[in-house]
Design a protein around this ligand. Structure first.
Ligand SMILES: Cc1cc2nc3c(=O)[nH]c(=O)nc-3n(C[C@H](O)[C@H](O)[C@H](O)COP(=O)(O)OP(=O)(O)OC[C@H]3O[C@@H](n4cnc5c(N)ncnc54)[C@H](O)[C@@H]3O)c2cc1C
Length: 359
């Protein structure tokens, strides 16, 4: 019997699980090793932070899903893997052997470039940490968000909205971005909304140090904080670097268009933790992770059967529906920038539809 280990219950592996029939080929044993019993859907993180969704709205029970599909589920972290001997070591000390290993363990939000941040920030990733960390940020009198991408902007809007509705009107939220939030056209809209809502933002400056009370920027600004979160880009999990397989400059594991690691045909990787050599600038986003699922599923089976692998080609344009709080959203698609309630309703429809496929 061949063994396929799926390490991490991320967006891509969820798609693989969806495609596996409950009567799958009995000559292949599938194992899902996940640090958490649940998969948390990042598209609904902002709505959860704002209080629009409850915990059961945003998570999927992986254990239950695996039981339904006769897939062995292990709730543990993968501590390390040895591509030479085809073994995986788990947090409880157990060692498993595999014929194919697939990594979808996501990313972290703990950069070591900002002095003092790692030990002081409220860490939002890995994904299963997210729900527990929200309460402290909602109630922080001074919340500082380092990072200027879609996730950082969405979370600023969401926390602001929550605070407005819970009598915390005098709390202060500050977003620090080293350059543009998204792009020039989007930034005009986002900045106008930040100003209207009283969300402070600092652009073209970056955090260099975090002390017990302040975030200090390169331009010598001292910003008081009670909670600080980093949403300035995905960081690679350490176990990728120590595996001996090639990683990119940031430490993400290199894969070819077939999502197969360079130098080792038995290990595949997808989602945030993978660096696609054919598209090195592909954003770390759930949208791409989900789309990789179909190719990954096909290729894991094809490689066991020694059949040709399929190529993953990212879509050229991705639709972004960025929640701006109070059941409104900003749509970004190609050159289009449009905001309104309809955009949020559309986002809600897509996100709930996505969850219904698994729940
Ligand atoms: C606050 C926030 C909001 C975001 N909002 C959006 C959004 O609206 N839309 C969007 O497209 N993207 C969004 N993103 C980005 C998105 O979260 C990631 O791109 C996406 O989750 C990547 O999916 P993944 O499959 O790579 O990993 P994840 O979905 O992060 O899943 C990885 C899983 O692996 C598990 N794991 C981690 N380490 C191990 C280990 N060692 N062993 C076993 N299991 C492990 C974790 O518990 C986790 O469940 C957001 C990110 C953040 C931080």
């Amino acid at each position: 019997m061949k063994t396929v280990i799926l390490a991490g219950g991320g967006h891509t592996h969820l798609e693989v699980l969806k495609r596996l029939s409950s009567h799958h080929d009995s000559s292949v044993k599938w194992i899902l090793v996940s640090a958490s019993r649940y998969h948390y859907y990042s598209g609904m993180f902002s709505g959860f932070a704002e209080g629009l969704y409850g915990i059961e709205d945003i998570r999927i029970d992986l254990k239950q899903l695996c039981e339904n599909k006769h897939i062995h589920f292990i709730e543990a972290s993968v501590e390390s893997f040895d591509p030479e001997h085809k073994t995986v070591t788990l947090s409880d000390g157990e060692r498993l052997t595999y014929d194919r290993l697939s990594l979808d363990i996501g990313s972290h939000t703990a950069p070591d470039q900002i002095e003092g941040l790692s030990e002081r920030q409220t860490q939002m990733k890995p994904a299963h940490l997210f729900p527990d960390r929200i309460e402290a940020c909602r109630k922080a009198k001074e919340l500082v968000i380092i990072g200027g991408g879609a996730a950082a902007c969405e979370m600023a809007f969401s926390f602001h909205q929550w605070k407005q509705q819970h009598g915390r009107k005098y709390d202060r939220i500050t977003v620090i971005a080293s350059n543009e939030f998204i792009d020039q056209r989007s930034d005009q809209v986002i900045e106008a909304m930040f100003e209207e809502k009283g969300i402070h933002f600092i652009k073209n400056d970056y955090a260099v140090k975090v002390t017990d009370r302040h975030v200090i920027t390169k331009n010598d600004k001292n910003i008081l904080y009670k909670e600080v979160i980093f949403l300035g880009g995905a960081q690679a999990p350490d176990l990728l670097k120590t595996s001996g397989l090639p990683v990119d400059q940031k430490g993400f594991i290199k894969v070819n268009a077939g999502l197969q690691t360079i130098d080792n045909s038995s290990v595949f990787s997808a989602g945030d933790c993978a660096a696609l050599v054919t598209h090195p600038d592909l954003p770390k986003s759930g949208v791409y992770a989900v789309r990789q699922g179909e190719v990954l599923y096909h290729n894991l089976l094809a490689s066991l059967n020694r059949e040709p692998l399929a190529d993953y080609t990212p879509q050229q344009r991705a639709l972004i529906l960025l929640s701006t709080g109070g059941m409104e959203a900003l749509m970004l698609y190609g050159k289009w920038r449009k905001a309104g309630r309809w955009a949020w309703l559309w986002k809600d429809y897509i996100d709930r539809g996505y969850m219904r496929k698994y729940q």
